[in-house]
Design a protein around this ligand. Structure first.
Ligand code: BG6
Length: 488
């Protein structure tokens, strides 16, 4: 079966931060790729503080496409058709300058309006208030905000309140780009379009779950943001907890947005709180020192930061527990970090060992079955099974993976998460976006860990860049008689 591209209604897509990094690396390329789904008239309007003309913004877009779209997918006539739909308005969210011009440009169009805030979160409430004040919000409007939504439960609550004063919840699209990744959506297909796994998907059969999101990059150019956030806020509060929810949730009654989000919310609310003393045993925080990563020597986090003192964590691993019938007693080990040994994101479901072996010692040891869902790179699913080693020599057992690599099975390009997500915004489909109560429930679980850390319950431990994090992370899982899946 080939993929189908379903046209969307005409829309105006307004990118605040239109000349910024996210817009250039992700949004403009994603919109270019999906141009074949647009109906006319569709416009894309950049809005930023820089004083650019429409033509200068078109040049920014041409450059973004040249740099961030696969060469084979760049068709010059398509690029020109794309840039012809672009316009640019200089705006200043602080002073309000430029919002009247934006109003004029949008006119009385009844097209769908998507305001995408690719700007610092500190501007979210100011921009939404100005959109309302200048009469730009129509019933057909949506607002898209990127994480982080706040930096604690209280600040997330306040921000959600402010945006909620001018947009209804059905108009607010909170992006967690992990939900747009093909393999993450595949997790839903794997669980709910196959009869095989669901009967085993519980504490009677699953020993534990591991979720790893490992990166080889360091701070990149996000020093100010990252040093005030750290890996717990930047990755665990959103991406890793969303993955945990998709693994652990009950089957929703449909893929309708609230049906799915209700189930994810129940998981978040069932997470056992990690308070004070527990944080020392159940969490590990690390920071990289100089080492080697991605083929070359790299500086320490503090050197990248400019040799300031900082205890911000670039690595977290932790043991989460879900207090409900399905998962009681099944630990979920989560780990994420920068400057690790490899770039890999995967979910490992390890099943319980067999109850009794009929084989003698010469057969070798029997490993527990594992289901490994690889999100990136080399997207695919592997089911590890024991088999008999073929040929003579008696009964010798060996573990092999039944390998379903998506690249081999489905030829063609894996679309970037943003392509799917921006089209879902236009369609008004919120299934892959976070609802307010989900974001707040996630903070409600993260806050006590942050509090325990700030009370000094868990020191930041150094790890050498290019390794799998501090040794305490290995100890965290080995204390329970388990080991991290080898992710190379
Ligand atoms: C972002 C984080 O949300 O996700 C970054 O802020 C991180 O720190 C990035 O590098 C990872 O995304 P991906 O899609 O490259 O795994």
């Amino acid at each position: 079966m080939t993929s189908q591209l379903i046209p969307v209604e005409p829309f105006d897509f307004i990118i605040f931060g239109g000349t910024g990094d996210l817009s250039q690396r992700k949004l403009l390329p994603a919109l270019y790729y999906r141009q074949c789904q647009f109906s006319e008239p569709t416009r894309i309007i950049g809005a930023s503080r820089s004083r650019l003309s429409d033509d200068e913004f078109r040049d920014v877009a041409r450059q973004a496409i040249a740099e961030h779209v696969n060469g084979a997918d760049v068709d010059q006539s398509e690029v020109e058709r794309f840039v012809a739909r672009l316009a640019y308005v200089p705006v200043d969210a602080k002073s309000g300058e430029g919002f009247d011009r934006l109003r004029e440009l949008l006119g009385d169009s009844r097209s769908i309006r998507a305001f995408y805030l690719a700007v610092a979160p500190s501007l979210f409430d100011e921009i939404s208030a100005r959109l309302s004040h200048h009469g730009l919000i129509t019933p057909n409007s949506r607002i898209v905000v990127e994480k982080p939504i706040g930096r604690s439960l209280a600040s997330a609550h306040e921000l959600n309140d402010r945006i909620g004063q001018v947009f209804g919840e059905h108009q607010i699209f909170r992006i967690d780009h992990y939900l747009g990744k093909e393999t993450v959506q595949n997790l839903m297909a794997l669980r709910f379009a196959n009869a095989l796994y669901e009967p085993l998907w519980n504490s009677a059969h699953v020993d534990h779950v591991q979720i790893t999101v490992a990166e080889t990059v360091g701070l990149e150019d996000r020093i100010t943001y990252y040093d005030t956030a750290g890996a717990l806020r930047d990755m665990v509060q959103n991406h890793l907890l969303q993955l945990l929810c998709l693994v652990a949730m009950e089957p929703p009654s449909s893929t309708e947005a609230n049906a799915v989000r209700d189930e994810k919310l129940k998981v978040l609310r069932s997470l056992k709180r990690i308070n004070g003393q527990d944080a020392a045993r159940a969490t590990v925080r690390g920071q990289y020192r100089a080492g080697a990563s991605a083929g070359g020597p790299v500086r320490s986090y503090l050197e990248e930061l400019g040799s300031k003192a900082s205890s911000t964590e670039t690595f977290v691993s932790l043991k989460a527990e879900i207090e409900n019938w399905r998962w009681a007693g099944v630990p979920f080990y989560l780990r994420t970090g920068k400057r690790l040994a490899a770039r890999v994101s995967e979910i490992v479901i390890e099943f319980k060992p067999i109850p009794h072996s009929i084989f003698d010692e010469a057969a070798g040891s029997i490993s527990a079955n594992q289901l490994v869902i690889r999100l990136q790179p080399d997207e695919g699913v592997k089911q590890y099974l024991m088999i008999k080693d073929p040929g003579p020599g008696g009964m010798r057992l060996r573990q092999i993976p039944l390998d379903m690599s998506f690249a081999q099975s489905f030829h063609g390009r894996a679309p970037d998460a943003y392509e799917r997500l921006v089209m879902d915004v236009i369609r008004g489909s919120q299934t892959l976006f976070m609802r307010r109560d989900e974001v707040e429930a996630a903070w409600n679980w993260i806050d006590p860990i942050l509090d325990a850390w700030s009370e000094g319950r868990q020191e930041t431990q150094l790890y050498t860049a290019g390794t799998w994090g501090p040794s305490a992370s290995v100890a965290l899982i080995e204390r329970d008689g388990r080991t991290w899946h080898e992710s190379n």
